[in-house]
Design a protein around this ligand. Structure first.
Ligand code: SF4
Length: 295
């Protein structure tokens, strides 16, 4: 829930599944802020908000919603980067303020996770941080380098295993089109391999949208990056669904950037999901119109 009473700085973003969560802005921007396709925090210099301000926002939400808050999403782009002292104070205030709180979640990068010890991650989990949204975007190391993700296939596997050991759930996000037309197949198959190795509880795909202010836009303008065709993007989606083999993940492509919103569980519903994709590839299911796609 976006709350006008909060003193949000700039535009704030959350995953689709956090639509009903209280959005708490504890950090501003992204501590990495280099990914070539990302425009979300380019206008923000990363910093941790003063703890007193963040706790005032928690108290204000407590007065406004109290019992009604079940989920909290801590922002901005990679709030896990905050140090343990900040997290401790915030998580304690959240559980003291919202009696029906079921989970706290945030975006995290592999680098954030690897920078914390097993003991620190376990402590955060005990205090209520239960779900991390991690966006490797690709499992292909060449693509990861080109998009300046700052972490490799192996880093993401290690990060996922660390968060799992700490008892946190994971939502892994991949980006159709991230490898461009040139590495479309490599990107999709390696992403499926990484999704299998990370073994997340939630697995979702978004579709690359080239935004004017980003480095990837400059590359596209100078013909050094070519977006795959819509059909190739659909084939990337298909490859991921065919080849990804997590233990039991809720799979979604419901983000506004996607041409075909689908969902189910992988591997359980693989055949049913593939049937929808194949019907769309045959032209028998309409894709989301370009004008209706969003970021
Ligand atoms: S880590 Fe996430 S928020 Fe930060 S620049 Fe990359 S995509 Fe954007």
């Amino acid at each position: 829930m976006y709350d006008r009473r909060m003193r949000y700085e700039g535009t704030v973003y959350r995953p689709p599944s956090e639509a009903n969560s209280f959005l708490l802005q504890a950090t501003i921007g992204c501590s990495w802020n280099h990914c070539t396709y990302c425009a979300m925090y380019r206008d923000k210099q990363f910093r941790v908000r003063p703890i007193a301000d963040t706790l005032e926002d928690v108290a204000a939400a407590g007065r406004a919603y109290g019992d009604g808050v079940r989920k909290v999403f801590v922002m901005d782009g990679d709030a896990l980067a905050m140090d343990i002292d900040h997290w401790e104070k915030i998580l304690t205030a959240l559980s003291d303020t919202f009696p029906n709180l079921r989970r706290v979640s945030c975006y995290a990068t592999a680098l954030n996770l690897l920078a914390k010890s097993d003991q620190e991650l376990g402590h955060l989990r005990t205090l209520g941080l239960k779900l991390l949204y991690i966006g490797p975007e690709s499992g292909d190391d060449v693509t990861l380098k080109c998009i300046a993700k700052g972490a490799s296939f192996t880093d993401h596997v290690e990060a996922a295993s660390r968060s799992r050991r700490a008892g946190m759930k994971q939502s892994a996000i991949f980006l159709l089109g991230a490898g461009g037309a040139e590495r479309s197949v490599e990107h999709a198959t390696a992403s499926a391999r990484l999704a299998t190795a990370m073994d997340p509880d939630f697995l979702s795909v978004l579709t690359l949208t080239i935004i004017d202010s980003t480095p990837i836009h400059k590359l596209a303008e100078s013909n050094r990056f070519e977006m795959p065709s819509v059909e190739s993007l659909m084939r990337e989606l298909r490859m991921i669904v065919v080849e990804a083999n997590p233990t039991d993940a809720i799979f979604r492509s419901n983000h506004a950037s996607n041409y075909l919103p689908i969902g189910g569980r992988l591997p359980r519903d693989r055949d049913a999901i593939l049937e929808v994709i194949d019907t769309a590839l045959a032209g028998d299911v309409p894709l989301r119109a370009e004008s209706l796609r969003g970021l």
